[in-house]
Design a protein around this ligand. Structure first.
Ligand code: PLP
Length: 438
């Protein structure tokens, strides 16, 4: 094929993709509605991962489509640097109804990666604003995924995302991950491993608390293969961080907006961080948007302690974009009107039983679950890491089920409008495919 033709697939340099394999055998999505994607030939594909953990209210929601269209006609763009437009202030106020008490202020950006880098920068600037300018160190966790900005990959812990990009940020250290603290096939949170949070105490002893600005974790690690925190782990991390004046950042890009059957993981686990990142489900993914929830005392310190003028030297052209604001407001309405978070909670026991029924399928080495998310870890093929998971992903797609794979783990995180029949269908198809793939 002429690679310069507009029909060529070559021009698009796809990220997080095997470009050569995809372009030789492309799997395309043409439209979506409700729980389903449709291939260009009209074939139905059950969405087992809400796009990319983001379409929590299902695809093609009229209310969101109308809100975006109306807003595009009324105000296509407005800067939010020393200017504003009403919708974004309304959205920030309405988000207070979703976020835990105390997280009273919201900074806007356009993605999870930007939310993470923004949260890290707000943490550093806050420490300086309160006279703790020696606190410049950031702590992440092994196997963490915090997007792809230099801040995010520095505190992140997925080796493939880090090793080709140079020395990254200085002064970053990592807690150990929690994978393996509990036996395989543990349902929900395991009993063992809260003490892994003591790693923060160890890093304080090593570096000195007065050098550490913040610690960031995903309350449930998603992209690394669904790692559920052991009971008591997040509570302990919160206690240690608070005791040492270290800000705790929850990366809620996946867990926010109902994935666990609660508005946020913070609420689900009863642990409120100082800063919280959000993206994905905030707009049901219809328009890109990210956000950082900021505790009142942090915001107030910026207001009280900054010299006259700009308090935060950080922001994006598209921070608080009107189309994203419109989409987010419509999305929040759907979540509330349809009780989407409660619905996820009410289905989580059925979901747990269904995904754990895969435990005796061939090659399955572990099943992990919480809320409406699950990781089905497969034994790797000898000498070919991820090959079996990739084969399952491909075959599922060809047989009408979209899943995600990361390393050896198949991740499931469907739209939260699902019915029990969708769960049965998803788990049945996955079992069938796993049994057929060698
Ligand atoms: N943080 C977490 C926990 C994520 O899961 C992701 C994406 O999956 C990100 C950050 C990055 O978000 P984005 O891809 O929107 O930049």
């Amino acid at each position: 094929m002429d690679t310069r033709s507009v029909n060529s697939l070559e021009a698009f340099f796809m990220g997080f993709s095997n470009n050569r394999a995809f372009k030789a055998d492309p799997r395309m999505l043409a439209r979506a509605k409700g729980m389903y994607y449709y291939a260009p030939d009209g074939r139905e594909i059950l969405d087992g991962c809400a796009g990319l953990w983001c379409v929590n209210a299902g695809h093609g929601r009229e209310k969101i489509i109308e809100a975006i269209s109306r807003q595009a006609a009324q105000l296509d763009f407005a800067p939010t640097f020393n200017l504003g437009h009403p919708l974004i202030f309304e959205l920030a106020s309405r988000l207070r109804g979703v976020l835990p008490g105390g997280i009273d202020h919201v900074f806007f950006c356009n993605s999870g990666s930007e939310a993470v880098d923004s949260a890290l920068k707000i943490a550093l600037a806050y420490q300086r604003a309160i006279g703790q300018g020696t606190r410049t160190r950031l702590i992440g966790r092994e196997r963490g995924y915090h997007g792809v900005g230099f801040g995010g990959i520095s505190v992140g812990g997925m080796v493939a995302n880090r090793r080709t990009f140079g020395p990254l940020l200085n002064g970053v250290d990592h807690l150990r991950h929690t994978h393996g603290a509990n036996a395989p096939f543990t349902r929900g949170q395991g009993e063992h491993g809260a003490d892994l949070a003591d790693d923060l105490e160890r890093l304080v002893a090593l570096h000195g608390a007065d050098t550490i600005a913040a610690v960031i974790v995903e309350p449930v690690a998603g992209s690394t293969g669904v790692l559920v925190p052991p009971k008591g782990y997040l509570e302990r991390l919160h206690e240690i961080a608070t005791r040492h004046g270290i800000l705790l950042i929850f990366d809620e890009v996946i867990t926010g907006f109902g994935r666990l059957g609660a508005p946020t993981a913070a609420e689900y686990f009863g642990v409120t961080p100082d800063l919280m990142t959000m993206a994905k489900g905030i707009t049901n993914a219809a328009v890109p948007m990210g956000a950082v929830g900021v505790d009142a005392r942090i915001y107030e310190a910026f207001m009280a302690n900054s010299p006259p003028g700009i308090e935060l030297f950080h922001g994006y052209t598209y921070s608080g974009h009107p189309l994203a604001a419109a989409a987010a407001l419509a999305t929040l309405e759907i979540y509330a009107e349809e009780g989407i978070f409660e619905r996820a909670a009410s289905l989580s026991a059925y979901w747990e039983d269904a995904v754990h029924s895969l435990s005796d399928a061939p090659h399955v080495a572990d099943v992990r679950n919480i809320g409406i998310v699950a990781g089905v870890e497969l034994a790797p093929r000898d000498g070919a890491p991820s090959a079996r998971a990739q084969a399952v992903f491909n075959r599922c797609f060809d047989e009408g089920l979209l899943v995600r794979y990361t390393g050896e783990t198949i991740a499931l995180s469907p739209p939260l409008i699902l019915e029990k029949t969708h769960i049965d269908d998803m788990v049945g198809k996955l079992r069938d495919v796993i049994s057929k793939v060698d």
